[in-house]
Structure formats: structure tokens, C-alpha cells
Design a protein around this ligand. Structure first.
Ligand code: AMP
Ligand code: ZN
Length: 451
């Protein structure tokens, strides 16, 4: 599998540093609000990435952090007058529900920042010991960027021409304002009840130290792959490298991958610009998680994607076309023409996740299947869907029905054949009591789990 490494700015083979497992760290959400579909573009890209790794027969260990303490979460909790943990819990729960709707595979670990304060304090202490970090008068701790020679290697900053020495307390700043960044922030009035004791007094961790501490805890001091949206590249990822490598003296991450932004009218979708849609907004408008997923994964991850409702309408049509074709597909040895499309698909996803090409191969398969009036291509669709996660297999769906519900459904089918309507209704109620809704149609009965 070839991927574009933001660090070397080249396409490189992605293969595990150790054994058969890719260790992946993905920067997760700040849980102060519902995530918007721009955020989900990043998570959908990472989902495709982890699926292709597995498609290729490798294992994956993905860690995604939950930023549950920072300026925004503290402001939100204090404004609402609730404890920080109560405030963030709402948005953590919402986040996981949204991931499910988008059929995004769960990461192996979701560490929350507030559960790892001791690890962060110990990393900051180490950086002070090494002489690359210092305490300021107010009890904050800063990383001295001039003490780490590699600073700027990810963002390719020409450091010699920067004026430095300034200190930046905010977590986010741009390349023109490179300066010492906060590892630990001293408690302030506006923090209210939020704070932890440390060797430097009461305070809280900076955002960047969180990811260095938690990634190394769960993936080791050197690991394979680290990703995020392109806005994370600087300063966040640059700072993660500085913190980790200054502390361990080892290379932190081999491969960095970044996805381009989801835009609205040419502008980055963001909370602050106010030009965002949450997943909930779109679902309320009648679009499905599957349609939204389709739109998010369809473009190449390094290409800007402009959000438009017409794309959701196109997704609906495309999915209907795929569904109709899958219904005609059967099991069995795939014909050569279908295998050729699978080969194209495989080559495309292994070429730096070329999803436009992968979808082209899928639609060639649809076209040829229709031209043949069907065919034993179900296995090919299923194999492609290991990566795509958008194809609806009516039969596969039924397989998720628990055995005891299926047994009741079978009994009910018998009862209906015998025109025993009372028994049929009784069984329907019994199935409903177990949490499933039965629908009868000309094709027979189908069930859905009650929401
Ligand atoms: P945040 O909650 O702002 O830290 O963002 C969480 C993730 O979403 C990060 O990986 C960001 O880079 C990514 N992200 C934020 N906005 C967008 C956008 N408009 N398009 C794509 N990714 C985004
Ligand atoms: Zn991060």
C-alpha cells in the first residue's frame, strides 16, 4: 500500500514497523459541541485508511483521543454551570452515536485527556529535566522551540528566518507566530473549578501534550502512522513531534497523513465560521448516514471537497443504482470480468486511497452486471464493501437478526402460509416485545430493530 507521507512529502510503502500490525493515532474530537461533517470528513478518511490496512491483510491498532479539557470545554461547562465531566459526556455520547450512523469502525482505544493527567505531568517533567522546557513566572510551563533542532520539519518551516522568543499561551497559532508553546497552563480565574495539582502548581495541560502522552502510552515511543485534518499539521502535529522526540530521543512517527478540508462555498467548514452542518442537521433534513458517508468518502482525501446538497442527492441515486444491482447478484465463483474490476478497485485503494478510481471500478462492476442481467458477483461487492462500508446487503442485514428472533419469524412465516392470522399477529407482538418491528410486503416479512 502506497501513501503520501506529509513528513517526507513523498509516496511511500506503508508496512508495519513491527509484526503485522499498523499502529495508528488519530486526533479526535474536542467534546464541547456536536461534531460537524467537516470533522467527520477527517474521521471518514481515517476509517477508509484503517479498512484498507485490514483489506490488505494487516492488523490495525487505532487510538483516537477525546479532548475533554481545553479552553472551549471549560468555557462551555462554566457557562452552563455544570461540572466539566457532565458537560463533555453529552458530546462524547453523541460522537459515538454519530460514528455508528456513518458506519465508521470503532478505534481500539478512545482515551480521554482527563483520565491521563499524570502521564502528561510526567512527560512535562521529563522535558524540563532535559532542558527543553521551562517554567514561567505565572506557573505555566513552556516548550522552548529553539532547544529542539528538528522543530519545523513537518511544516517545513524555515526556522532561521523566524523571529522567536515570543511565548504563545493559546493552543492554536499560525506559522508567522512561531514561539514557545504551553505544555502546562497555570490556573486562571476563568477556569473555575477545573484544575489539577502539579509540581508547578494548580493548572491544566496544553492541548498538544495530550496527544504526545496518550499516543506513546498506547502505541509506544515510535509508531507507524499519525493522521488528522490538514489544519492539525501546524502547530499541533509539529508540537507533538517536538514533545515526543525531545523526551525520548527516538523518532516519534514514521508516516503522517492529512486530509484536506470539507468546505462550504470555498471556505473551510468550521464552528467559528458558522458555516457548518452537524450530522444531526442533515439527518433531520431526511438524509441518511449512508448517503452522508458516501459523499464524504467519494473524493480523494487530499483534495478539497465542497459540500453541497446536490452531492447528497447524487449519492442517493448512486446508492439506489448499487442496491438494485446487488439484488440481482448471486453467490458463487466470480466471472473474470468481475475479478478484473476487483483488481482495479484493489489497485486504486492501495494507491494512496484513490477513492474516485475505486468507485469507478465499483460502477464498472454495476454496469457489467446489469449488462449480463445479473451474475455471481456478490462476493466481489462484499469484498469492495470491506473498504467502502456503504453497500446494503439485504441478506447480510438479516444475518444480524438474533437467532431467537429469526426462529419466531420463521414460525410466523409458517403461520401466514397456513393463513393462521391470529397466530401471525401473536407472533408479531411477541417479536415487537423483544424489540423488533415486523413489516410485511409482497417480498415477505422484514424486521428492523426498534430505535
Ligand atoms: P477539532 O475538534 O477542531 O480538533 O477537529 C477534529 C478533527 O476534524 C481534526 O482532525 C481536524 O483537522 C478535522 N477537521 C476540522 N474541520 C475540518 C474540515 N472542515 N474538513 C476536514 N477536517 C476537519
Ligand atoms: Zn492531537
Amino acid at each position: 500500500m502506497q501513501v503520501f507521507n506529509s513528513l517526507t512529502r513523498r509516496n511511500e510503502e506503508l508496512k508495519p514497523l513491527e509484526g503485522n500490525e499498523i499502529r495508528l493515532y488519530t486526533c479526535g474530537p474536542t467534546v464541547y459541541n456536536f461534531a460537524h461533517i467537516g470533522n467527520f470528513r477527517a474521521y471518514a478518511f481515517e476509517d477508509i485508511l484503517r479498512r484498507v490496512v485490514q483489506f490488505d491483510g494487516m492488523k490495525i491498532r487505532q487510538v483516537m483521543n477525546l479532548t475533554d479539557v481545553d479552553d472551549k470545554t471549560i468555557r462551555g461547562a462554566n457557562a452552563a454551570g455544570v461540572a466539566l465531566t457532565d458537560y463533555t459526556k453529552t458530546y462524547k455520547d453523541a460522537f459515538f452515536a454519530d460514528l455508528k450512523k456513518l458506519n465508521i469502525q470503532p478505534a481500539e482505544v478512545y482515551p480521554a485527556a482527563t483520565d491521563h493527567i499524570p502521564e502528561m505531568i510526567s512527560l512535562v517533567s521529563k522535558l524540563i529535566e532535559k532542558g527543553v522546557a521551562y517554567k514561567s513566572d505565572d506557573g505555566s510551563v513552556y516548550f522552548n522551540v529553539r532547544k529542539f533542532p528538528g522543530y519545523g520539519k513537518l511544516a517545513h518551516i524555515d526556522f532561521d528566518h523566524q523571529q522567536t522568543g515570543a511565548r504563545c499561551a493559546a493552543d492554536e497559532y499560525d506559522k508567522e507566530n512561531v514561539g514557545d508553546f504551553a505544555l502546562w497552563k497555570a490556573w486562571e480565574e476563568s477556569d473555575g473549578p477545573v484544575g489539577w495539582d502539579s509540581p508547578w502548581g494548580r493548572g491544566r495541560p496544553g492541548w498538544h501534550i495530550e496527544c504526545s502522552a496518550m499516543s506513546m502510552k498506547y502505541l509506544g515511543e515510535t509508531f507507524d502512522l499519525h493522521t488528522g485534518g490538514i489544519d492539525n499539521l501546524f502547530p499541533h502535529h509539529e508540537n507533538e513531534i517536538a514533545q515526543a522526540e525531545a523526551a525520548t530521543g527516538k523518532p516519534f512517527v514514521k508516516t503522517w497523513m492529512h486530509c484536506a478540508h470539507l468546505r462550504v462555498n470555498g471556505e473551510k467548514m468550521s464552528k467559528s465560521a458558522g458555516n457548518f452542518f452537524t450530522l444531526r442537521d442533515l439527518i433531520e433534513k431526511g438524509y441518511t448516514g449512508r448517503e452522508i458517508r458516501y459523499v464524504l468518502i467519494n473524493a480523494h482525501y487530499r483534495q478539497g471537497l465542497n459540500f453541497a446538497f446536490s452531492a447528497l442527492e447524487d449519492a442517493r441515486k448512486a446508492l439506489a443504482r448499487i442496491d438494485a444491482c446487488v439484488e440481482r447478484a448471486t453467490d458463487g465463483e466470480a466471472p473474470d470480468w468481475a475479478k478484473a474490476h476487483l483488481d482495479d478497485f484493489t489497485a486504486a485503494v492501495n494507491d494512496d486511497l484513490n477513492m474516485p478510481k475505486a468507485f469507478a471500478a465499483l460502477f464498472e462492476l454495476v454496469r457489467d452486471t446489469n449488462a449480463h442481467g445479473g451474475g455471481s458477483v456478490l462476493g466481489v461487492f462484499k469484498r469492495m464493501d470491506e473498504v467502502l462500508g456503504v453497500i446494503f446487503f439485504g441478506k447480510a442485514e438479516k444475518a444480524e437478526v438474533p437467532a431467537e428472533i429469526q426462529a419466531l419469524l420463521d414460525q410466523r412465516a409458517e403461520a401466514r402460509k397456513a393463513k393462521n392470522w391470529a397466530e401471525s399477529d401473536r407472533l408479531r407482538d411477541e417479536i415487537a416485545a423483544a424489540g423488533w418491528l415486523v413489516k410485511d410486503s409482497r417480498e415477505g416479512q422484514s424486521v428492523t430493530k426498534k430505535a
